[in-house]
Design a protein. Sequence first.
Length: 255
Amino acid sequence: MATPARHRARGRAILSERPLASRRAWAKASAWLLNTLIAAGLLALLVDRFVPPQHLPWTALSLDQPPGLFTAAKLDRVGGDPRRCRRFLDANAIRFTEASTRTEGFCTTENSVRLSSGVTALSPAGPITACPLALQYALWDRQVVRPAARELLGSGIRRIEHFGAYSCRRVYGRATGSPSNHARAAALDVAAFVTRDGRRVSVLDDWEGEDAEAAFLRRVRDGACRVFSGVLSPDYNAAHADHLHLDDGRWRTCR
Ligand SMILES: [Zn+2]
């Protein structure tokens, strides 16, 4: 049986071991943290060095990079700020004029521009597009349409024909239901591409088939899905048999 003196001695031993044990635990935790930070730093350096910038969240949006993992988030960030959106267009030598703000019921042209040069010309010229949609058009034009035209059609694109951007209406022009993205100039309906050598590739006439024109249209539709939020083509329904609907809406759709 332990004497009271022995109890006291053991108690003192435990008390004096405690700070030592916690010091060791601290030292271990600090070493682990330091190692983890060094490893994370090295990994970030490697990622930054070898992963293309369009796939990294911390690099700036650039029209010189193809759409990547974080392109949509960067487009949202730049496009979501009216001043930043315009600064970006300016910095990329894309000319535009301000569209006057019209608001009628659920429709508005707030934060809209009319693109005039620095991108493939739209026909009819200068439709009213929300600034974020204009950014998306510029990126799609440069990184999807132009390379696809060179590769598959062997020519540049002189102009892109469209059925309109801003239009004060609900989805499918119905009397009730959700406002269309067109109602805030956040959608563009592309009908045809006219090449520099004078060919006209239209969604209505050239979508079906195995030829270069059909391949081109599918390529620019698929590429649009990596740039715009919503893309609807003839594959979606008969209402889109003659155009590609490209929008900066709330939902991601690619059909
Ligand atoms: Zn549309």
